[in-house]
Every structure is written in structure tokens, then in C-alpha cells.
Write a protein that binds this ligand. Structure first.
Ligand SMILES: Cc1cc2nc3c(=O)[nH]c(=O)nc-3n(C[C@H](O)[C@H](O)[C@H](O)COP(=O)(O)OP(=O)(O)OC[C@H]3O[C@@H](n4cnc5c(N)ncnc54)[C@H](O)[C@@H]3O)c2cc1C
Ligand SMILES: NC(=O)c1ccc[n+]([C@@H]2O[C@H](COP(=O)([O-])OP(=O)(O)OC[C@H]3O[C@@H](n4cnc5c(N)ncnc54)[C@H](O)[C@@H]3O)[C@@H](O)[C@H]2O)c1
Length: 464
């Protein structure tokens, strides 16, 4: 049986582990799907390559109130799609070729699973390795309701009806549908609702709760829900009970728990992602999994088995690429320096939702801070209160800061509005490096009249 020094399962963030620090080691890299993983092929990168044209396509909606009347003439879906995937597919193929050519890496293409203690199989081949890194990611969850078959969405499935999609397939459709129903109220629903509504599709979003982006600070989530409802048909408080394919096969009808029905040429299931840990037969090698289906890791990304690490969506409660990348760098260090391991830093993990409007957030919401017992100061600053916001005639967006009067430091920062993901970054920096809110506001120049004055004024508005 073949033996490796290291086996990496998953070519997303796992592929980035391989560099000159592994020269001279025999490495097995196992990948069952498109080379390069979720972010590159079906996640962050293509979605944002659609979001930017969508921002442009929706400009007429925003510019008219400033006296600039524009018209969206047309959206060349096929042109946009092919531009995006010609670029991405080439990166994926190039990355795969590069790995095939490396002297010390053996690329296994297929689904792998553990067959024993540090023993692994891919198809007919079985091998052992001294060390493993489990970087197998997550997959879209398909609700178990009548009318949806789980098999349609399995790897390489051919039977899926043309109307049924998850984020894995919806970006490659042949033509824009006239109408679509999005099920879910999280990141994927928010981003694709923006993309398709901007491109002229009649979008209905069906959410089981009362708000979209329910894990955001309540003020942000409430404002986002209100603003998106101006752009799409938003149906709140309705659980998915059934999906009925239309008789002519050209669409489907989503049925809510109260019997309400919503029809679309396309149905996008945006109902979360689950770790792929359950597909790896981890019990055979003794790696523990928690109640949420995630591989259990400690702060050094070590699993319950010595020499087996895990990183990214398969083990992390944050299903975010910057978290997977951070954990990958930690694992890379810990593989090379077992005597001086580094811990992952999950203190201030930010995220952004690239919808219209954008939302970005880090740290505690106001409710979480109060429940944790802090002496909480809160500042709420409207975009429209600073000079650049006047230029935009903004009346919808804001930044909200949550701080601890005890230490003078920020506990959380939440922004909804244009470039929220960029405006948040200095606040992430302040929290990460322990900079006090007042010091941050007063200890530097803020360019006038840039939008960053929103952050300056929010900091100054904290009553501390
Ligand atoms: C639509 C969408 C948009 C997103 N946008 C953003 C964003 O804007 N910003 C952000 O931070 N995050 C975003 N994410 C999340 C981000 O893509 C993930 O957090 C990240 O890609 C996870 O990386 P990973 O390395 O853990 O897993 P992956 O990149 O998924 O890699 C895991 C790999 O393992 C392979 N694999 C799994 N099981 C096996 C097996 N048994 N045998 C062989 N191979 C196996 C899979 O095929 C896959 O290629 C988005 C996700 C989606 C779905
Ligand atoms: N910009 C980004 O960083 C970005 C973008 C897209 C995805 N992602 C990552 O991918 C993950 C998956 O995104 P997502 O939007 O699918 O998940 P999510 O967890 O953000 O949202 C899932 C939504 O589906 C609803 N839901 C779940 N089960 C349901 C059911 N049976 N019936 C009806 N509704 C149901 C939930 O209430 C929630 O509104 C995110 O958690 C995020 O980490 C990140």
C-alpha cells in the first residue's frame, strides 16, 4: 500500500497549504469536484463578479433621485456568464495542471473516505499517511419537502429539473428566467436576489422568519428587510412546505406552510450549508464530530486524532473564505513547527453581505453585548449626516457601533449601506489591535469629505 507523509482532503483552502515548505515530502491531494473548491468556482469569486454588474444595472434605480435619469437598456447574461467562467475555469484548470506537474504531489481525483486509522481510499486505491488535513468544506442544504429530491443535487447528478437550483448551479444557467422564487433569507438569498432583480428578473423571496439576515444586529436586519422589500416581492413568516413542478416543466410553484403559492421559472434554494464531515467515514480513524456535524478542532486546528488537522467550512462555525484562509495559514505553520504551534485567532471575525444595500459587521450585536453584561454605549450614525452622504442624498443607511464603557473599546460594529465592507475595515483593525474608540476617532486625520467621516462621527457619538 502506498504511503504519504501528508494527505490533504479538498483542493479549496487545502490546496493553498502546498508550497515550498512541503518540498521533499510526499503529499496526496484528494479532490472529488471542480479543482479549487467553493470560493473560486461556485462561491465568493463568481458571485461578486455578478454583484458588480448588478450594481451597475441597478444604478438607474438610485440615480434618478439625484436628477440623473438613466435607462437600463439590456443585460447580456450569456456575455457576463461567459466572461466570468472563462476566467474562473481557466484558473481552476491551470491550478490542477500545476499540481499534476509537481514532483512531490499526487493528485487523486475522486471521492475519498477513511477506511481505518490514518488509512484512506479514493475509488479502488487505498493509501496511508502520517498526517492528514481535512479541508473538505461544506455543501448546500436542500430542504426535505415533497417535490424536491436530494439526488438531484448530488455530485454529477444529471436528473435535476431545469427549474431547480442551488448556488452551485444558478450562476451557469443558459438564459435569465422571467421570474424566480428564492427560498431562504440569509447571505445567498440576499446576494442573488440583488443580482437577479437588478438584471430585470421578477424575484420573490420566501423567508420562514420575520426578517432577512436574522443574525445581524436587529436594527441592521430590520432595515435590510425593509430596503430589499422595495426591490423584490418579499414573503415573510412562511415556511417551505412543498415544491410543485409545473405541468409543462417550465417552472415550479413553491407552496408555503399556510397554503400560499409562489410561482417562478426557476427556484433557488438558499437554505444554508452543512459541513462535509459526514461523507468521510471519520469514525474509522477516530476523528470526532460535534452535534452540528463539524469536525471538532482545538485552537491549533488539531482534531481528536494526533497528526490529523482540519480547517475551513468542515470544522468552522464561520463558513467564510477569510476564516478558511486564516486557518489554512495556521495549519501550514503547525505542520512545519509541531514544537511551536500557533493558535487560530477567532476573536474578531468580520463578514459582509454583498447585496443592495451592502451589510458588513464584526463583533457583538447590541443585544449580545447587553446579554453579556457589558456597560454598553451605542452610537447610530446615518450616512445622510456626513458630507459625502449629503452628496448621495442618502436617507436609508447607517453605521451602528457598540462599545464597552468599562474599557472604552469597541465590542461590535455594524454598517448597512454603500461600501459597508470597506468602511468596516478600520473598525476591525481597532478591535484587533485593542485601540480605544476615542483614541481612534481623535488620534488621526479623517479625509474630508470622504465617506469615512461616517466612521469618525459614529466613534465620536459614543457616549463614553
Ligand atoms: C454562493 C457563495 C458565496 C460565497 N461568498 C463568500 C464571500 O463573499 N466571502 C466569504 O468570505 N465567503 C463566501 N462564501 C463561503 C466560502 O466560499 C467558503 O467559506 C470557503 O470556500 C470554504 O473553503 P474550504 O476550503 O473550507 O472548502 P471548499 O473550498 O469547499 O473546499 C473543499 C473541497 O473538498 C472537496 N471534497 C469534499 N469532500 C470530499 C471527499 N470526500 N473527497 C474528495 N474531495 C472532497 C470539495 O469538492 C471541495 O472542492 C460563499 C459561499 C457560497 C456558496
Ligand atoms: N458574502 C459572504 O460572505 C457569503 C455569501 C454567500 C454565502 N456565504 C456563506 O455560505 C453560507 C450559506 O449561505 P446561505 O445563505 O445558504 O445560508 P444562511 O445560513 O446564511 O441562510 C440560510 C437561510 O435559509 C433559511 N432556511 C434554512 N432551512 C430552511 C428550510 N428548510 N425552509 C426554509 N428556509 C430555510 C434560514 O432561516 C436562513 O434564512 C453562509 O452561512 C455564509 O457563511 C457567505
Amino acid at each position: 500500500m502506498r504511503h504519504f507523509d501528508l494527505c490533504i482532503i479538498g483542493s479549496g483552502s487545502g490546496n493553498s497549504l502546498i508550497d515550498e515548505s512541503l518540498d521533499g515530502q510526499r503529499v496526496a491531494l484528494v479532490e472529488k469536484g471542480i479543482f479549487g473548491g467553493t470560493c473560486l468556482n461556485v462561491g465568493c469569486i463568481p458571485t461578486k463578479m455578478y454583484v458588480h454588474p448588478a450594481d451597475l444595472a441597478s444604478t438607474p434605480e438610485r440615480s434618478a433621485r439625484l436628477g440623473v435619469r438613466l435607462q437600463r437598456e439590456s443585460v447580456d447574461w450569456v456575455g457576463i456568464r461567459d466572461r466570468i467562467f472563462t476566467r474562473i475555469d481557466a484558473i481552476s484548470a491551470g491550478g490542477e495542471d500545476w499540481r499534476r506537474q509537481s514532483d512531490n504531489v499526487t493528485l487523486y481525483r475522486g471521492t475519498g473516505w477513511f477506511t481505518g486509522e490514518k488509512r484512506f481510499a479514493v475509488g479502488e486505491e487505498e493509501f496511508t499517511a502520517d498526517r492528514f488535513v481535512i479541508a473538505a468544506g461544506s455543501r448546500a442544504v436542500v430542504p426535505v419537502v415533497p417535490g424536491l429530491e436530494q439526488d438531484w443535487f448530488a455530485d454529477g447528478a444529471a436528473r435535476r429539473p431545469a427549474w431547480a437550483h442551488t448556488s452551485d448551479t444558478v450562476m451557469r444557467i443558459d438564459a435569465l428566467p422571467a421570474s424566480m422564487v428564492v427560498v431562504g433569507g440569509g447571505y445567498v438569498a440576499a446576494e442573488f436576489a440583488h443580482v437577479f432583480a437588478s438584471f430585470g428578473v421578477d424575484v420573490t423571496v420566501v423567508v420562514r422568519g420575520q426578517r432577512l439576515l436574522k443574525d445581524e444586529d436587529e436594527d441592521v436586519s430590520a432595515r435590510f428587510t425593509e430596503l430589499l422589500s422595495r426591490r423584490v416581492r418579499l414573503v415573510l413568516g412562511t415556511s417551505l412546505a412543498e415544491v410543485r413542478a409545473d405541468a409543462d416543466g417550465r417552472g415550479a410553484t413553491v407552496v408555503g406552510n399556510d397554503g400560499s403559492t409562489f410561482s417562478g421559472e426557476l427556484v433557488l434554494l438558499a437554505t444554508g450549508r452543512t459541513p462535509n464531515a459526514d461523507t468521510l467515514n471519520l469514525a474509522a480513524t477516530g476523528v470526532k464530530v460535534d452535534g452540528e456535524g463539524r469536525v471538532v478542532v482545538d485552537e491549533y486546528q488539531r482534531t481528536s486524532v494526533e497528526g490529523i488537522f482540519a480547517l475551513g467550512d468542515v470544522s468552522s462555525p464561520w463558513q467564510l473564505k477569510h476564516v478558511a484562509n486564516h486557518e489554512m495559514r495556521v495549519v501550514k505553520h503547525n505542520l512545519a513547527h509541531p514544537e511551536a504551534m500557533k493558535a487560530s485567532d477567532h476573536r474578531y471575525v468580520p463578514h459582509a453581505v454583498f447585496s443592495e444595500p451592502q451589510v458588513a459587521s464584526v463583533g457583538l450585536t447590541e443585544r449580545q453585548a447587553r446579554e453579556a453584561g457589558y456597560d454598553v454605549a451605542v452610537a447610530h450614525q446615518d450616512y445622510g449626516s456626513v458630507a459625502y452622504g449629503w452628496a448621495m442624498e442618502d436617507d436609508s443607511h447607517f453605521a451602528k457601533l457598540v462599545a464597552d464603557r468599562g474599557t472604552g473599546r469597541l465590542l461590535g460594529a455594524h454598517i448597512i449601506g454603500p461600501e459597508a465592507s470597506v468602511l468596516l475595515q478600520p473598525l476591525i483593525q481597532a478591535m484587533s489591535f485593542g485601540l480605544g474608540a476615542r483614541e481612534m476617532a481623535e488620534g488621526q486625520y479623517w479625509i474630508h469629505p470622504a465617506m469615512t467621516e461616517l466612521v469618525e462621527n459614529a466613534l465620536l457619538a459614543l457616549d463614553m
